[in-house]
Design a protein around this ligand. Sequence first.
Ligand code: NAD
Ligand code: TDX
Length: 331
Amino acid sequence: MDILVTGGAGFIGSNYVLQVVASGCYGRVVVIDSLSYAANVASLAPVAGAIEFVEGSTADAALVDRLVAGVDVVVNFAAESHNDNSLNDPRPFLESNIIGVWNLLEAVRRHGKRIHHVSTDEVFGDLQLDDPGRFTEGTAYRPSSPYSATKAGADHLVRAWARSFGVRATISNCSNNYGPRQHVEKFIPRQITNILLGEKPKIYGTGKNVRDWIHVEDHNRALEAIVERGRVGETYLIGAECEVDNVTIVRALLRIMGKPEDWFEFVSDRPGHDLRYAIDPGKIVTELGWGPEFQDLQAGLEATVAWYSDNEQWWAAAKTAAEKVYAVIGR
Ligand code: NAD
Ligand code: TDX
């Protein structure tokens, strides 16, 4: 099976490309990435000889059409992915997350190809801390931020193209990922690299916000299962049942890195900050036999700290740029 991976120089996409190349189960592996600020081509260096890399945007309809024509399946990671940026300047989010998806859908429709669309649990909005419920495939959409609104819009486009035009599509909505090669603007790598540079971790608002953490390799194993065995037309929620609040994560990182547990500071809150996400992964567990291999968050965080400690050249330039953005927005 020849595969087109969009956004393959980003965090989850690059880990996915490394994983599918290592599996040896695919034919051609073609990667398109616009090489935005969030990309890092160094992430793909270990497999440079095994993939075909194209620098370009999914917003470029002609390029997308040509690339889709040459493969069997498309896995769409390409997106603007950071909530804080979407609050400052939503336009690139519309371009990548809506126009890009529309182009991909039109191309797979024209050429009769299969597409898997990678989405997020943020499309469902947030839960109260004491809500016994979790998100399921039947939860209503209620996105909060410009980012999650564009991801929700993209999911709706995928379902409309499946129903109206018979496009062979699947969707997955995953919870918060962590692990190697994540951009340092995101919560866990921002705090690890702050501590490495002698800066205090920065927690938005009260720090009581809960995220449902999953290791990126577990997310990608779930995506492989959906691409190989998922039922066309279905949506699968992916999560590792690991709900933790932000202060607890920061305390764990400080302990791992040998600092006092209260060596952090609270900063201003993110406008519209979602309180809690929680995924019920029952469907993918039962139907596709998937389950997370990283069951121990402490061990996963330790490995992630080790990766950032050993790979400063991978993140140093992005760190300087990301902190300049945070300085402007005051977080
Ligand atoms: P990321 O920002 O690290 O990577 C996104 C990549 O897409 C970057 O390399 C960027 O250059 C590229 N890109 C952006 N717009 C593009 C375009 N128009 N054409 C081609 N390439 C483009 O993001 P990530 O964390 O790896 O997220 C990947 C996908 O997974 C996104 O769709 C995101 O919504 C989804 N997701 C992320 C998480 C998470 O916790 N990070 C959780 C659930 C779902
Ligand atoms: O410095 C920080 N301090 C802080 O307290 C940062 C960067 C974040 N936070 C908080 C905000 C959130 O409660 O940490 C939590 C996680 O923040 P992010 O890493 O920005 O992730 P989130 O907004 O939850 O969205 C992530 O998960 C779902 C990804 O960025 C999305 O792409 C994905 O769809």
